[in-house]
Write a protein that binds this ligand. Structure first.
Ligand SMILES: Cc1ncc(COP(=O)(O)O)c(C=O)c1O
Length: 414
């Protein structure tokens, strides 16, 4: 009777009323950092105070010449592309399976996103990149999806071979490494999000990293007018435009910078704990029929932004994933989800019919749901768990128990 599934009237595996997972981790130290900042200054025009402090820390952490804080990850991505001189009619190779904001800023520049299908881990399929390169291709952008590093050695090789700019969207992957090198340091520039769910968060915010002065100056010009005046050197031709910039304002709020600066203190601790929890989840779930735990490239260290596994219904007599997840929910697994907000980009009207919103795109491209079968499969079969990092990691055992129970008894669901 104990094994009867909760969805069929049996006992629930998890009865706890408390939250199973708490993120962001707003500690007393975070609150103190915000109060301190509130008492100091809540608007910073130029690179100073908490903004200078955090940028300096990030530059030292990533060993990059420039770190530029922005109001969001989207703003950092826009700044990155503009900084890299991506212009109208340039083509940029992009992953089809990513958060839409990796690619949407390209529409602001009139550039054409050329989407590429994904591999078994959800990251861009490196074997498909070269066939998409044309005379118009100017850059490649990759996303380390769910914090899993892309195959950066192959990608760097392709970018060098064709003389293309290489950009990284490392929004979900702060702290992750590929062959010992931090993601976000492989190309000419990288963007990160500091939005609330990210491993280092300011609530909202973003970061642009680059060693390239020209990318940095142009990024300043796009969204940081007061800073441009001071930081773009006088003899530089862009200095003439420094006062107004490009007409946008992408400055981070000092309170967001104060939060992120405090959260950065925890990065190593959080990474260690997430790694420990991920190892346990892999060990316990990988042999279960119906479940393929995340496949980690050799020598990669993910950030474990989330633990995203693949469901294989063929091993459970074609039990639909929706029924499987409903049964887990009924067992009390509140944190089990399917990442519905991250479909392949071809699902969005903007990528199917961009001309309706941006006239200059009329007739340029029209992606359909059939274009990226591997991304489609990855998305349809993805089941997400949070990667616990602290005291609430006792829930990990309960979730594992629930997975085992549902799989042991899946026939009740057919
Ligand atoms: C991979 C990726 N890129 C870009 C973004 C956009 O960042 P933001 O929400 O800070 O603008 C996100 C945020 O969720 C993301 O996960």
């Amino acid at each position: 009777m104990k094994n009867k599934l909760a969805i069929k009237g049996g006992p629930k595996t998890i009865n706890s009323k408390i939250a199973h997972y708490i993120w962001p981790n707003i500690s007393t130290k975070t609150k103190k950092a915000v109060l301190n900042q509130l008492n100091k200054e809540i608007s910073l025009y130029v690179r100073s105070g908490i903004i200078e402090k955090l940028e300096t820390r990030l530059s030292s952490y990533f060993q990059t010449k420039h770190s530029l804080l922005t109001s969001s990850g989207t703003a950092a991505l826009h700044s990155m592309y503009f900084g890299g001189d991506i212009q109208e009619n340039d083509e940029v190779i992009c992953p089809a399976y990513t958060h839409f904001a990796t690619v949407t800023p390209l529409f602001q520049l009139g550039a054409t996103p050329v989407l590429v299908d994904c591999e078994f881990d959800g990251n861009i399929d490196t074997s498909e990149i070269e066939s998409k390169i044309t005379q118009k291709t100017k850059a490649i952008v990759v996303t380390h999806m769910w914090g899993m590093p892309c195959k950066m050695d192959s990608i760097v090789k392709i970018a060098r071979k064709y003389g293309l700019l290489l950009f990284e969207d490392a929004s979900q992957a702060i702290g992750a490494t590929f062959k010992g090198k931090k993601v976000g340091t492989f190309g000419q520039a990288a963007a990160f999000s500091l939005q609330a769910k990210k491993v280092v968060t300011g609530g909202e915010g973003g970061v642009l990293l680059t060693n390239n002065d020209e990318i940095y100056y142009k990024a300043l010009l796009l969204g940081q007018p007061r800073r441009s005046e001071i930081e773009i050197p006088k003899p530089h031709p862009l200095h003439d435009y420094a006062l107004t910039g490009m007409g946008l304002k992408y400055r981070i709020h000092p309170l967001a910078a104060a939060i992120a600066n405090q959260q950065l203190d925890n990065l190593d601790y959080i990474m260690r704990n997430r790694q420990r929890v991920a190892n346990k989840l892999v060990k316990e779930l990988k042999h279960l029929p119906g479940i393929k735990t995340p496949l980690i490239q050799q020598e990669s260290k993910p950030s474990w932004y989330s633990f995203v596994m693949q469901y294989d219904s063929s091993e459970l007599d074609d039990l639909p994933i929706s029924k499987f997840c409903e049964a887990l929910k009924a067992e009390g697994c509140k944190e089990v989800s399917r990442p519905n907000f991250t479909p392949p980009l071809s699902h969005f009207a903007l990528f199917q019919n961009p001309g309706k919103l941006f006239q200059s795109y009329a007739g340029k491209f029209s992606y359909t749901n059939k274009d990226f079968p591997k991304a489609e499969r990855f998305y349809n079969n993805a089941i997400k768990l949070p990667c616990w990092y602290g005291t609430e990691s006792k829930f990990v055992n309960l979730y594992i128990e629930a997975f085992k129970k549902v799989i042991d008894n899946y026939r009740e669901l057919l």
